[in-house]
Design a protein around this ligand. Structure first.
Ligand code: SER
Length: 384
């Protein structure tokens, strides 16, 4: 299933369940000095969760495909990008939101129906995690999804308590994982890895083996359901929110990997045209290590997406703040292109490909096509 179909199916599924489909907000958060970039679907709804703004939908339910950047600030993935299967500077987060309407029960039911009925994932290939103190979440997974305790892992605050930043709305969460060893045709345990999770035929794990397998990429988290209950204060204490709410986030790139039976997000249809645009520009590549070549191409494909979308939202290269992060992303991309033997602008062509392939969903890309390409080229030339 192509990524565009997953995105559409998600929004339509939640629309049928009374959610209003709302557009993605800008990558530059409106009036929020606590945050460098929009890093999750809930950012545009922060004030609604806090009770300071009315629900944007009369049903108190909404759904979005949200542009996100995690580079700079609290959620900063920049240095990992290219070297792992799932880190990105820019990614799309699919989400459904309840602003004081439904809570844990319906959120769990919707998610389970979407992954099993709409996506058709086999329940035996799914696992979930819950916050270890959240007995209600565990009981709901048992009741609604029929999962046994051996498929539900209780984890601590680091994994299963989500917060947007140092302050603001937060709460315990529950996450859905897919066993890639069972669904991806190319999955294999990393070289030298040991432990029961490295055996693809094994399906029963204790918590420790599951966590190790998740860290090593056998189990991929595709959806995080946050039960928004608190507002984290400056002194670290938790004040209850006026109405318990739901914020969920499902990474489109990860779901695409699962649905396309591949272990690495960069092997999905979201990235293949971009990687092809990198390849078209390469001559003899000086690097001899094939893994380094692949990583460099992935860095360029990833960073081109962030550049196109940040420039479309009015961020310009500069020496401070958001513009500085944009400049760092661009320069990292140029550096990797240099390692591939390029001595002239490379990202510009890839950025144009991002516009070509995504402007139907995000029209701002087409509206600013010229400025995006011109700015990228000028910055590339300057750094070269
Ligand atoms: N805010 C949560 C996350 O980013 C769910 O969307 O994971």
């Amino acid at each position: 299933m192509q990524a565009s179909e997953i995105r559409t199916r998600f929004l339509k599924f939640f629309e049928r369940e009374g959610h209003k489909i709302l557009p993605s907000s800008s990558l530059v958060p409106a009036d929020d000095p606590t945050l460098l970039f929009t890093n999750a679907g809930m950012v545009q709804f922060k004030r609604v969760f806090l009770g300071n703004e009315e629900s944007p939908s009369p049903t108190r339910r909404a759904t979005t495909a949200q542009k996100c950047v995690r580079a700079g600030g609290k959620h900063n993935d920049l240095e990992q990008v290219g070297h792992t299967a799932r880190h990105h500077t820019f990614f799309e987060m699919l989400g459904n939101f309840s602003f004081g309407d439904y809570f844990k029960r319906d959120a769990t039911g919707f998610a389970w129906r979407f992954v099993t009925d709409e996506l058709g994932l086999a329940p035996e290939n799914l696992r979930v995690t819950v916050f270890h103190e959240d007995a209600e979440a565990r009981a709901l997974w048992k009741e609604i999804a029929g999962l046994g305790d051996d498929r539900i892992f209780g984890l601590g605050e680091k994994d299963n308590f989500w917060q947007m930043g140092d302050t603001g709305p937060c709460g315990p969460c529950t996450e859905i994982y897919v066993d890639l060893a069972r669904v991806a045709k190319d999955w294999s345990a990393p070289a030298g890895a040991t432990g029961s999770w490295t055996d693809p035929s094994k399906v029963d794990f204790d918590t420790e083996a599951f966590v190790e397998g998740a860290e090593a990429g056998r189990f991929v988290e595709i959806w995080n359901l946050v039960f928004m209950q608190f507002d984290r204060q400056h002194d670290g204490t938790l004040a209850p929110l006026p109405r318990p709410s739901v914020d969920t986030g499902a990474g489109l790139e990860r779901i695409a990997a699962v649905m396309q039976g591949v272990s690495n997000n960069f092997d999905t249809d979201l990235f293949s045209p971009l990687l092809a645009a990198v390849d078209e520009q390469l001559g003899a590549v000086p690097l001899t290590d094939e893994r380094e070549v692949i990583a460099a191409k992935r860095v360029i494909a990833d960073h081109a997406r962030a550049l196109a979308f940040l420039l479309a939202d009015g961020v310009y290269p500069s020496n401070e703040g958001r513009g500085y992060v944009l400049r760092r992303i661009l320069r990292r991309g140029v550096r990797y292109a240099w390692l591939l033997g390029r001595r002239e602008p490379t990202l510009t062509r890839v950025v144009e490909k991002v516009i070509d392939t995504m402007h139907d969903v995000y029209p701002e890309l087409a509206q600013r096509r010229k400025e995006i390409a011109t700015t990228t080229r000028a910055e590339e030339e300057r750094f070269l």
